[in-house]
Design a protein around this ligand. Structure first.
Ligand SMILES: *Cc1c(COP(=O)(O)O)cnc(C)c1O
Length: 349
């Protein structure tokens, strides 16, 4: 496919009301320095822990992430999970009842849920049989009203990376934002699309502290994009969307990056072991290739196996009613002890 000249600017993409609105300006937006006496935010002066509002732009956390990922802090948005970024992107860029997003199924459920809550049309395209994208199908589905294309790589629930070349074809030929959800990128062989921020004005990358970093309970998601896109997200977010404790704990985690890397190595090693053990079982038909911390597994009777495992106290995700995933279970890689229990339960059937 030939490379077309992209013809959009962020201001032409964003909803007109968002472009023209005046954002809320908090006390901490209006005075950013340090001072001896703070009498500007109606806080309680007696309490000493958590009595102050947090930094609305989370600059200390962003500085560390920026160093780690080789981007600027102005190319980073932090949200209450990546789910917040997904919601805000749809709300800021898609006019309800008129404009639309494209999603490629089977994939993460929140893209369509956020669009539906906002009354934004969802154009649903299917992945191919081997769970890759078909660029022709996606690009012919796009209309002048399509604002966002969501791609999940590695994809949930299939576990595979989408073809990098095909993603670049979409980036080169779509006059809107291409959101690449990299929640599982730490477990993958391929490198992140964050490095493409300088090459494509329309690339948006989502990552999260919920998976490899082990901090799902904190609710901290990261969105990397051009400064123009990030300033739009900052304009529409709640003023203090990331609480003080989350910011502190994220900073601590970023200071222990080696811990995260060791966990990732261990999970990948467990994943490769589990693939072999699952493939040797008679009830297993296919273990799909995985670049994530889970495996999609096609079995003889997924509904029955799901129930059986549940009665043995082992909970996996039944994906058998999802497009292209008939008779499939999605199994998260656990500790070696947990994985041993899973295999033992399956061998006893
Ligand atoms: C788990 C997951 C997320 C993470 O969402 P958070 O809100 O950051 O916890 C995002 N995208 C996909 C595809 C996921 O599987």
């Amino acid at each position: 496919m030939v490379k077309k000249q992209l013809t959009f600017t962020i201001n032409s993409l964003v909803r007109k009301n968002i472009l023209s609105m005046k954002p809320y300006s908090s006390a901490r937006d209006e005075f950013k320095g340090t001072a001896e006496v703070y009498l500007d935010a109606n806080e309680n002066p007696y309490q000493s822990l958590y009595n102050r509002y947090p930094d609305p732009l989370q600059l200390a956390v962003k500085k560390e992430i920026a160093k780690l990922k080789n981007v600027s802090a102005q190319q980073i948005f932090l949200g209450n999970g990546s789910d917040e970024a997904i919601d805000l992107l749809i709300r800021a860029f898609c006019e309800p009842t008129i404009e639309s997003i494209v999603i490629v199924e089977p994939t993460y459920g929140m893209y369509s849920v956020c669009a539906e809550v906002n009354n934004v049309t969802v154009q649903r395209v299917s992945l191919t049989e081997n769970f890759d994208i078909d660029t022709e199908v996606i690009l012919t589905t796009v209309t002048p009203y399509t604002k966002l294309i969501f791609l999940c790589s590695p994809n949930n629930p299939s576990g595979n990376l989408l073809s990098r070349e095909k993603i670049e074809t979409i980036l080169n030929n779509f006059n809107g934002l291409v959101i690449i959800d990299e929640a599982y990128i730490d477990f993958a062989k391929s490198k992140s699309f964050i490095g493409e921020l300088k090459n494509y004005p329309n690339v948006v990358v989502l990552q999260t502290f919920s998976k490899a970093w082990g901090l799902a309970g904190l609710r901290l998601g990261i969105c990397y994009a051009s400064e123009g896109v990030i300033s739009i997200l900052n304009k529409v977010k709640y003023p203090y969307n990331i609480n003080t404790q989350t910011q502190q704990l994220a900073l601590e985690a970023l200071g222990r990056k080696e811990q995260k890397d060791r966990w990732v190595d261990e999970i990948i090693a467990e994943r490769e072991k589990l693939i072999q053990q699952l493939a040797a079982l008679k009830i297993v038909q296919t273990v799909f290739p995985s670049d994530a911390n889970f495996l999609l597994v096609r079995v003889t009777n997924a509904n029955h196996l799901y129930e059986t495992l549940m009665h043995k106290g082992i909970i996996v995700r039944n994906r058998s009613n999802v497009k292209l995933c008939n008779d499939c279970l999605r199994i998260t890689i656990g500790t070696s002890e947990e994985n041993r229990k899973l295999i033992q339960a399956l061998q006893q059937l």
